[in-house]
Design a protein around this ligand. Structure first.
Ligand code: AMP
Ligand code: GLY
Length: 440
């Protein structure tokens, strides 16, 4: 069977790598892919952009592609799954109207409220209600969170620490249109405290198959400081998700979401990513939904996936996830994102990368997934903000971190930047557990 992965980042490299391991798969195409996917066994890049839905359908029909997996949100929101299905093609991802869970924060919040799913208290405003928005801010305590309703390339969330900052944020979104169309409406919500985790499941419209838990680091700098990014590193499992919390997330958040979407006539099929805040008492609340797999969470999660990804996706497309189980490597996995200096603002490209592992072979321990890379005349150059995600397995997060950073140190280019503390919270927990063990 031939497969197509749509997208060109680290997430898509990890998905293509995992699909290619399936004995059922003869060829994986990646549109447009990167220099890393081009090197993989059984994997071939095609020069089609991820949001060129018409060209992707034509390609899949002409090559008789039997399974397409969509990586990023943009094509999902354009309705790529609807278009593929109309053409009689299997495509794993939510339909256009189900992808609204990510496309519109006000839709997601009102959906959560309709089904009693725990989330931060909120109100929605537009330009006509700007005075009420400002009044509302003054009736709340700080910090407070202001969000553009639509997709703003990961920049649409402002955490305001003072009334002034909050009012500024409202004005810049509603009056100055800093986020364009995405900021036609805003969501103002309560600031939640606790520890964040990513909970990703596969859904077939009625049933779910939870994936291993994970945590990413969204801030650019060590100790989670600096501007928000797409993610500077991730690891799996997330120790904050204990067995008890796992069951609460499934029962109180994921299942009501899947049942609610089905009830509203938009059964959710695809990866569903719940960004969660877990408070001190262990109560999980939804910060956001994404209608796709996380990047960089995918990379460490795929390192741990033992099951056949192609088979899982086909089972989900058939609506048979209730008859499907999933197997994980008991090891932990951790991925460090190597970025270009300047990311998430402007950054240089075309830097020659030295020290990359010479082949696509997997030594069972570490794997370098590419994101913003390009091959020119046999050399690999940087071509994006997030360039690589260096992933390792280990008996603990501590071990996985050690191995990953030893590999990171061998990979060099002129303007590279990475955090040196990916996994620090999980490692503190592991140290704490060890101390408690020693003292008992
Ligand atoms: P989002 O795109 O909604 O996930 O927001 C991006 C980041 O902003 C999240 O990963 C959190 O770190 C932070 N954030 C969003 N909403 C809240 C909230 N209500 N309380 C605290 N932090 C938040
Ligand atoms: N790592 C966060 C995201 O994929 O949205």
């Amino acid at each position: 069977m031939k497969a197509l992965v749509v997208g060109g980042g680290g997430r898509e490299h990890a998905l293509a790598w995992k699909l290619a391991q399936s004995p059922q798969i003869s060829q994986v195409y990646v549109a447009p892919g990167n220099a890393g996917t081009a090197l993989e066994f059984k994997v071939k890049n095609i020069p089609t952009k991820a949001d060129d839905v018409a060209a992707l359908v034509d390609f899949a029909l002409s090559k008789q592609v039997e399974l397409t997996i969509i990586g990023p949100e943009a094509p999902l929101i354009l309705g790529i799954v609807d278009t593929f299905e109309k053409a009689g093609l299997n495509c794993f991802g939510p339909h256009r109207l189900a992808a609204r869970l990510e496309e519109s924060k006000s839709f997601a919040k009102s959906f959560l409220t309709r089904y009693g799913i725990p989330t931060a208290r909120y109100q929605v405003f537009d330009i006509k209600l700007i005075d009420r928005a400002i009044e509302y801010i003054h009736s709340q305590t700080m910090p407070i969170v202001i969000k553009a309703d639509g997709l703003a390339a990961g920049k649409g969330v402002i955490i305001a620490h003072s009334y002034e900052e909050a009012v500024d944020a409202v004005q810049s979104i509603l009056l100055d249109n800093v986020f364009g169309e995405a900021g036609k409406q805003i969501v103002i919500e309560e600031f939640l405290t606790g520890e964040e985790a990513s909970f990703i499941v596969m859904a077939d419209g009625k049933n779910i198959l939870p994936f291993a838990s994970s945590q990413d680091h969204k801030a650019r700098d060590n100790m989670d400081k600096g501007p928000n990014t797409g993610g500077m590193g991730a690891y799996s499992p997330a120790p904050v998700i204990t067995t008890a919390i796992y069951h609460r997330v499934v029962q109180e958040i994921i299942l009501p979401t899947i049942h609610g979407m089905a009830k509203e006539g938009h059964p959710y099929k695809g990866f569903l990513y719940a960004g969660l805040m877990i408070d001190e008492s262990g109560t999980p609340r939804v910060l956001e939904y994404n209608c796709r797999f996380g990047d960089p969470e995918t990379q460490p999660i795929m390192m741990r996936l033992r099951s056949d990804l192609a088979e899982l996706c086909m089972k989900a497309i058939e609506g048979n996830l209730d008859k499907t189980s999933i197997e994980w490597d008991s090891k932990a996995a951790l991925g460090v994102v190597m970025a270009a200096k300047g990311y998430p603002s402007s950054y240089p490209v075309n830097d020659l990368i030295y020290g990359l592992p010479s082949s696509d072979e997997f030594d069972g321990m570490s794997k370098v997934f590419h994101a913003g890379t390009v091959e020119k005349e046999g050399r690999i150059l940087t071509a994006g903000g997030r360039v690589l995600c260096v992933c390792s397995l280990g008996d603990s997060i501590t071990e996985a971190q050690k191995t990953a950073y030893s590999l990171v140190q061998k990979i060099i280019w002129q303007n590279s930047y990475y955090r040196t503390d990916i996994g620090y919270r999980a490692i503190a927990r592991e140290n704490h557990l060890q101390e408690t063990h020693k003292n008992n």
